[in-house]
Design a protein around this ligand. Sequence first.
Ligand SMILES: [Zn+2]
Length: 138
Amino acid sequence: MNFFHVIKHLYIRKEIRRMFLSPLWNVKHVVVQMGLPVERCTHSLAEIIDSLLWLSPHPDSISLLIYSEVIIKFQFVYKEPADSVGEADSCCCSVPIKCWRHSLTEVKIDNLPCVEGARRLKALFEESQTLERIEGLL
Ligand SMILES: [Zn+2]
């Protein structure tokens, strides 16, 4: 299943994320038509990706497009999450769908622009307890 939509505001506040289940939990390829280049968005690329990974917690890919052209593509590999998510994993211990932080092992990024947000993006992916490899990060 693919998700394709034009979204004006790509950032979803954490309070909202705590109140609702991820609405696109079974979407495998997230394709977002951006209205602005990433550098001109109000929120950082890391915040945008964090929000998209809440909307769709285990996508195989996220593609950001401008005028139908892929500007940045993220590809993800996961392992089976542990059966039980500990109490310490408060990020999603009370919801039935566990977040990517418990199973993401690999991230491949194509066309990452030389944004100063690369460090924040790396920090975001390093929130994964199972991360083994990031490819394409400057
Ligand atoms: Zn979690």
